[in-house]
Ligand binder design. Structure first.
Ligand SMILES: NC(=O)c1ccc[n+]([C@@H]2O[C@H](COP(=O)([O-])OP(=O)(O)OC[C@H]3O[C@@H](n4cnc5c(N)ncnc54)[C@H](OP(=O)(O)O)[C@@H]3O)[C@@H](O)[C@H]2O)c1
Length: 285
């Protein structure tokens, strides 16, 4: 093993898609830097992957919505690692009427889904450029192509990721840094998503793929340098529909679908964001 002397950094690697992406890279022999919020057993997850695959799995706990914490992460990575892959996976959403969202909730979504991706990519690009071949993968969503009532901020943030990734891909084309973007459909990962998928019908249910399968597709296609990845046939079909069918029809359908999914629980699990402090001493095994 250990055929790759360099590291892959994955944000949001404690669970869900991020954890599966980490596993998929470890199976291919990449060393890992796993990043997520404090207090979610990240050390244990890193140890498990390390034991299973014999790669070096480091971890770093921080809140990526906090600029200072993000800067400390960047400093630690620059000091200690040669980086070959950056996967901007951490993201959050909320299904709620826009006028019921608080300013803080909206700000968290924008800070994590947009600002942290741009700042981290910008700060780590020089490190990636030192490699013979390096990769950036940004996790967008099929929602990037579907403006959604009752979820208006999240899809808009993912449209930003789509546009940012495609622009950067073109800018760096021909260089040693490849930039890809992935648009997953539904995956049963966190409780908010599970609840929404259970309540939804139609498009949302039809696009569901397992998180393991999605992660495998992401890594395989990233390493083959596919610039835009849409996992699953149904998701490709939905994407095609969004290109052909008028916006108004899609919005009328989604208004019904999303209203049924309107949930109010998600932010209860996020109350600690911003209160946690980075402990650089603990970062690493
Ligand atoms: N699930 C879906 O159906 C779906 C569909 C399309 C696209 N996506 C996208 O796929 C990505 C992963 O989604 P998921 O469902 O796997 O998410 P998830 O299960 O909720 O996991 C999110 C990860 O991000 C981390 N995270 C959240 N806030 C953070 C912060 N402020 N700072 C640092 N880390 C933070 C979490 O850390 P903790 O564990 O420490 O909280 C966790 O590791 C997201 O970008 C999402 O938008 C998901």
């Amino acid at each position: 093993m250990n055929s790759h002397p360099n590291y892959a950094l994955i944000t949001g690697a404690s669970k869900g898609l991020g954890y599966m992406l980490a596993q998929s890279l470890a199976r291919r022999g990449y060393h890992l830097i796993m990043v997520s919020l404090p207090g979610e057993n990240l050390e244990q997850k890193a140890r498990e992957i390390q034991a299973e695959t014999n790669i070096d799995a480091r971890y770093y706990e921080c809140d990526l919505t906090q600029k200072k914490e993000l800067e400390r992460l960047v400093f630690w990575v620059k000091q200690n690692f040669s980086l070959q892959i950056l996967i901007n996976n951490a993201g959050m959403g909320c299904t709620k009427a826009f006028d019921e969202l608080t300013v803080d909730q909206t700000d968290q979504i924008l800070s994590l889904n947009i600002r942290s991706v741009v700042l981290l990519t910008h700060a780590l690009l020089p490190l990636l450029q030192k490699q013979k071949q390096a990769y950036v993968l940004n996790i967008s969503s099929l929602a990037a192509f579907l403006p959604m009532p009752y979820k208006s901020v999240y899809p808009a943030s993912k449209s930003f990721i789509y546009s940012f990734s495609r622009g950067l891909y073109a800018e760096l084309k021909g260089s040693n840094v490849f930039v890809g973007v992935v648009h997953p459909g539904g995956m049963v990962t966190n409780p908010e998503v599970s609840q929404r998928i259970r309540k939804a019908d139609g498009i949302t249910k039809a696009t569901i793929l397992s998180v393991e399968h999605t992660a495998e597709i992401c890594i395989r296609r990233l390493l083959k340098q596919h610039p835009m990845i849409i996992p699953g046939l149904m998701n490709k079909l939905v994407w095609l529909i969004t290109r052909i069918v008028p916006d108004g029809w899609i919005l009328a359908y989604l208004r019904k679908d999303m209203k049924m999914a309107d949930g109010k629980t998600f932010f209860a699990a996020r109350e600690t964001i911003g209160k946690d402090v980075v402990d650089e001493e603990n970062a690493g095994p």
